[in-house]
Unconditional design. Structure first.
Length: 275
């Protein structure tokens, strides 16, 4: 926090350490089990109260109108004072559409930061509800803890995960989440597991075979990373990752990958705070 009218914060990325699709509801939503791992790496956001009313985004996202921008929608949902405004700036490093939760994280951090800056008094539960209206992954970032998730991803339980370093490869493609969940070949009847079974392993990402069959770049990245560790896709892709116990080992693999891929190195964290 920098002064009374400014908040600067990390907007962290996440990984899905597994994704099991356990069913499909009559309304079309899929029943899931997953584990969200928060990372110490992500976008940087800055929020500053201004004397000019309204919401200003810097830089604006090219081709994305404000009504479709999660940051703008999050800020608008809070009912900000009419006599003041907010200037929001962001340094993006999380790839868009990569399954790392960048947009959801940005929205959650916006809710948390503005609630504090304007002293709006919303509880975490209230902010999580507002977040759920913006996107299924927003509440996990609002609550700020790595978590076990069930239902449509909205039933969360805090999870203490072991310290790990992650090498993340971002293939040069954008995977449509809707396309993957609509795929007729998607497995939709994986048997539910317990948290202890998750820790014992093995687990998988049910979305991964569908993505690999349709996006060669993802398949290539998984095959390469599998030579160095246990590789898996996060969410509906396109990013893939492998975990390592030591920073040195992760750095070695990341350096090797840099000649062929867009690669990131991150450490898993179990919680983060904005204020």
């Amino acid at each position: 926090m920098v002064g009374k009218h400014v908040i600067e914060a990390l907007s962290p990325a996440k990984l899905n350490l597994f994704v099991h699709v356990t069913g499909k509801r009559d309304n079309g939503y899929h029943e899931l089990q997953t584990a969200f791992q928060l990372l110490d790496w992500g976008d940087r956001m800055r929020f500053e109260i201004t004397e000019t009313p309204g919401i200003t985004l810097n830089p604006p996202v090219a081709g994305v109108p404000n009504e479709d921008n999660l940051i703008f929608r999050a800020a608008s949902s809070l009912g900000l004072p009419e006599d003041r405004g907010i200037a929001i700036s962001i340094e993006k490093v999380i790839p868009m559409g990569g399954g790392l939760g960048g947009g959801s994280s940005n929205a959650a951090v916006t809710l948390l930061a503005l609630n504090d800056l304007f002293d709006l008094g919303h509880s975490i539960d209230e902010l999580a509800l507002k977040g759920a209206a913006l996107g299924a992954d927003v509440p996990v970032f609002v609550r700020g803890t790595s978590a076990w998730a069930e239902g449509i991803g909205d039933e969360l339980m805090p999870l203490e995960l072991p310290a790990r370093w992650f090498v993340i490869i971002s293939p040069d493609c954008h995977v449509s989440t809707q396309e993957i969940f609509d795929a007729p070949e998607l497995t939709r009847n994986t048997a539910p597991i317990t948290v202890s079974a998750f820790f014992e392993g093995p687990v998988r990402n049910d979305l991964q075979p569908v993505v690999e069959s349709r996006y060669e770049q993802v398949s290539t990245a998984i095959k390469w990373l599998s030579n160095h560790g246990s590789a898996m896709m996060t969410g509906s892709g396109a990013c893939v990752f492998a975990s390592f116990q030591s920073q040195a080992e992760a750095e070695r693999v990341a350096e090797t990958a840099e000649s062929e891929f867009n690669v990131f190195l991150a450490k898993g964290i179990n919680r983060f705070t904005v204020v």
